[in-house]
Design a protein around this ligand. Structure first.
Ligand SMILES: [Zn+2]
Length: 627
């Protein structure tokens, strides 16, 4: 357990007050702020442990005994300990938080050896929260001033009246460099507190200035409703900052965990067992006002694993109780990328992830303005399972009227079906995919099986494992070239970049080659995980992205370290394959041309053929180099 001695650090809270706080606090209510609890029988409650990753609830709370304990990881304690662990508060901060909750006025005793203080020093967190609360009031009052007219117009144009602005605490950061800073300093907040809170920042001159100026502000709250930061929208054309600006990382504000609107949505999320993830502050407001009360948004960052953790505990997402997470997207490309991320982040989540794309590419805020509240509720109701969405996107890229198109679509879609963790659902998706493609079930099943075998399994010693496209020498050499560019960009970069994606015969390989170019080319890369991530982000389809992950870790087909000669040989063999196939095409065209009636075309093609053959001979020598 913790040492209560830490209370001495900042003006000791009297023991009897601490005891009173413990007694008055309902532990179930405190924990329910962040963890959804269900009855566990015998008056006890249970939920998903916030301190370790688990699928079924082993986190127990006994309101009678006023304690909590996790059978999974062994963590446990009282309400004070819970706040310390879950919110990273100090002992004093936790007691102060709970005291404020139950309305107890704490009394402090001075240390014997410390100089007497004029007033008890509060914990840092509480000071930063208080500074934010004061800032919210300041900004809110500014919203009705003459200078804030563009902010009021911005809200009005998006269908938000005064009541809506008040419900979300919208405010305006005024012109002037340090109006908020001076206001808060007058209220007794220190220079350091304002900087630590992210509300102010030091200017070059050394004096303190406001972080936000001439912007519309949304206060961002944590699960318990405390304001921990702001989102700020640009309003003026001469403001050369980004469109949206957020509070930087502070002891309060961790953007990987923050979800805008969670304080208002959490009860409904837990009750309905679903959450709608939208893209912006106005979308959250529009959804809530339209009756989609479970909407939240990330703030200045993509939806990630930590956000999933926050939501899973609210949804109590277990095998027994399935929570639903619905993403809304306005753009196709962005939507696909975000869907992909969800696919990779947490496989357990995939089966419960849904996508809602507005048919007119409008975000929920635009949709509400154009078509009303019902249209927003409809958008969410018409959600589609993530897997269906992803498959449809892949298939739509091909011409299914041709055999080649169908086969290629199947090859690209198969790895997605193979990725579905829930094995019982796979046959269903194989049938669906076969139906969508207009193909027999058997070849689709085989493709899915092959793709599944090609997934990295963690067993590194499997050099002969069948990969999705390693069915021909050309395919193999294309893979090898891509592996070199991903794993050894410094070595392979210039030679690799000289071969264009058109030289890659397999479409997924060509897509990866294009993504490498889009990521800036292999020659400019320094390698490592960052480089792989850049290429993955540049992929605009699911299969290519999956393949990048695979090729980044697949061993090269060379014993020992690759050298420039190995790169040169690989690149030459790659080109030789495409050159010889072009030679074959040209020869067949030359044969079909009448050299008498089409003399010019005949000689043009013949000349092309000769130079290609010359190129092929040079490549063959390069490819044979040293082997
Ligand atoms: Zn635990």
């Amino acid at each position: 357990m913790y040492a209560e001695g830490v209370a001495e650090m900042a003006g000791r809270i009297r023991d009897e007050d601490i005891a009173l706080v413990r007694e008055r606090t309902s532990i179930g209510e405190v924990i329910s702020d962040t963890v959804t609890l269900k009855s566990a029988g015998g008056g006890n409650l249970k939920g998903l442990c916030p301190f370790h990753d688990e699928k079924s609830p082993s986190f127990n709370v006994s309101p009678v005994r006023n304690v909590w304990y996790c059978f999974g990881c062994g963590a446990g304690g009282d309400a004070i300990k819970f706040l310390m662990d879950a919110e990273h508060l100090s002992f004093v901060e936790s007691v102060e938080r709970l005291a404020a909750r139950v309305g107890i006025q704490l009394r402090y005793v001075e240390n014997d050896n410390a100089t007497p203080r004029a007033r008890p020093q509060q914990g840092q967190r509480q000071r930063l929260v208080a500074a934010h609360a004061a800032a919210v009031e300041f900004y809110r009052a500014q919203l009705s001033t003459a200078g804030a007219r563009p902010a009021r117009e911005f809200l009005a144009q998006r269908g938000f009246d005064r009541a809506a602005a008040e419900r979300y605490g919208c405010g305006f950061a005024p012109e002037g460099w340090d109006l908020l800073t001076r206001h808060l300093r007058q209220q007794g907040f220190t220079h350091d507190e304002l900087v630590t809170a992210g509300l102010s920042r030091p200017a070059r001159s050394g004096s303190l200035i406001d972080r936000f100026r001439r912007r519309l502000l949304w206060p961002i709250r944590d699960l318990t409703g405390d304001v921990i930061g702001f989102g700020a929208r640009k309003l003026f054309d001469d403001d050369d900052g980004p469109k949206y600006l957020n509070t930087p990382e502070t002891p309060l504000y961790k953007k990987s965990h923050v979800l805008y609107g969670i304080d208002q949505a959490k009860r409904e999320i837990a009750k309905q067992g679903k959450v709608v993830v939208v893209e912006g502050y106005t979308d959250v407001m529009a959804c809530h006002l339209a009756g989609v009360s479970t909407a939240v948004a990330t703030c200045g960052t993509a939806f990630g694993t930590d956000h999933i953790g926050v939501l899973r505990r609210l949804l109590m997402d277990t095998d027994a109780v399935a929570g639903e997470i619905i993403f809304t997207f306005d753009g196709d490309a962005a939507g696909q990328k975000a869907a992909l991320r969800a696919f990779e982040d947490d496989q357990r989540f995939v089966g419960r992830t849904f996508i809602a794309v507005s048919p007119d590419n409008m975000d929920p805020c635009e949709l509400r303005l154009a078509k009303g509240d019902l249209a927003v509720r409809d958008l969410v109701a018409r959600r589609e399972p993530l897997v269906d969405f992803a498959l449809r996107h892949v298939i739509n890229r091909y011409d299914l009227d041709t055999v080649d198109g169908r086969v290629e679509a199947m090859r690209r879609a198969a790895p997605l079906v193979a990725k579905i963790k829930d094995r019982e659902k796979r046959p269903e998706y194989v049938r669906k995919l076969a139906g969508d493609l207009g193909m027999e079930i058997e070849p689709v099943q085989r493709a899915v099986q092959t793709a599944g075998n090609g997934q990295p399994t963690g067993q590194r010693s499997a050099p002969a494992r069948p990969a999705p496209a390693a069915d021909s020498p050309q395919s193999m050499v294309e893979r090898e070239a891509l592996k070199l560019a991903l794993q050894e960009p410094v070595l392979a970069g210039p030679m690799f970049d000289a071969v264009e994606s058109a030289e890659y015969r397999h479409p997924v390989h060509a897509a990866v080659r294009a993504a490498i170019a889009a990521a800036g080319g292999a020659a400019a890369a320094t390698g490592g995980a960052v480089w792989i991530e850049q290429v993955r982000d540049a992929c605009d389809d699911l299969a290519a992205r999956a393949l990048v992950g695979e090729l980044a870790v697949e061993p090269l087909r060379i014993d020992g370290e690759p050298d420039p000669r190995y790169v040169s040989v690989t690149v030459a063999r790659l080109q030789w394959g495409s050159v010889t196939s072009r030679i074959k095409d040209l020869k067949s065209r030359v044969q079909r041309i009448n050299p008498v009636s089409n003399k010019d075309e005949y000689f043009a093609l013949f000349g092309e053929l000769l130079s290609l053959e010359q190129h092929a001979r040079a490549l063959r020598e390069q490819a044979a180099g040293g082997l």
